[in-house]
Design a binder for this molecule. Structure first.
Ligand code: NI
Length: 196
């Protein structure tokens, strides 16, 4: 296993559609997945897409530790999804904080489908199909966006809510950015650590 270099926003690999994986069980795909897991673990992120490690293939990995989603009934173990497809369930969208290993130091509020169904292939070629809500749904949408050349700031509707994490202390409530009101900050949820 190797820890791979992570592409940062601006690198063209992050803005092109990734190609489908022809054979999920191929040895080079197994090696890629091993390296992605080592890279994600090293970066302490929630998810990683192959284009972020300069490989233009439709592979994402992610997990949802229980503490990351207060609404989650249970945590989502590390999941490897090959050639994933997402469909929204219902019309509801929700805005929340995201971050990305390819956009270091920044965080932003991104609208996402509240509930989705996703399917794809596991490395052994078997089918995975799940429904997801909350942070789980958000992570999957964020990672799969990377496969279509989309980085989260491209999804934002108000770039006033794109900021350096170190400036988060100025942020007070939804849709409102104020300076030097430290009282409100205590109640604000922390941005996701990385990706998203
Ligand atoms: Ni990302």
């Amino acid at each position: 296993m190797a820890i791979l270099k992570i592409a940062r926003m601006g690198h063209p690999i992050l803005n092109r559609p990734a190609d489908p994986v022809a054979d999920p069980a191929a040895p080079e795909i197994a090696r890629l997945i091993d390296d992605m897991m080592a890279t994600l673990d090293d970066a302490e992120g929630a998810g990683l897409a192959a284009p972020q490690v300069h490989v233009p293939l439709r592979v994402v990995i992610f997990h949802v530790p229980r503490e990351r989603d207060a609404d989650a009934v249970e945590s989502v173990p590390l999941t490897i999804l090959i050639n994933p497809v997402i469909e929204p369930l219902g019309e509801a969208r929700r805005e929340d904080w995201e971050a990305c290993l390819s956009v270091p130091g920044l965080t932003g509020r991104v609208p996402r489908w509240e509930a989705v169904r996703y399917h794809g292939l596991a490395p052994d070629g078997s089918a995975i199909e799940r429904e997801a809500t909350g942070f789980h749904a958000r992570v999957v949408q964020h990672e799969c966006d990377h496969l279509d050349g989309i980085v989260y700031p491209m999804r934002m509707t108000n770039l006033a809510h794109l900021m350096f994490r170190e400036e988060m202390r100025h942020y007070v409530r939804d849709d409102e950015v104020l300076d030097e009101d430290e009282d409100g900050y205590e109640d604000e949820e922390e941005p996701a650590s990385e990706d998203p």
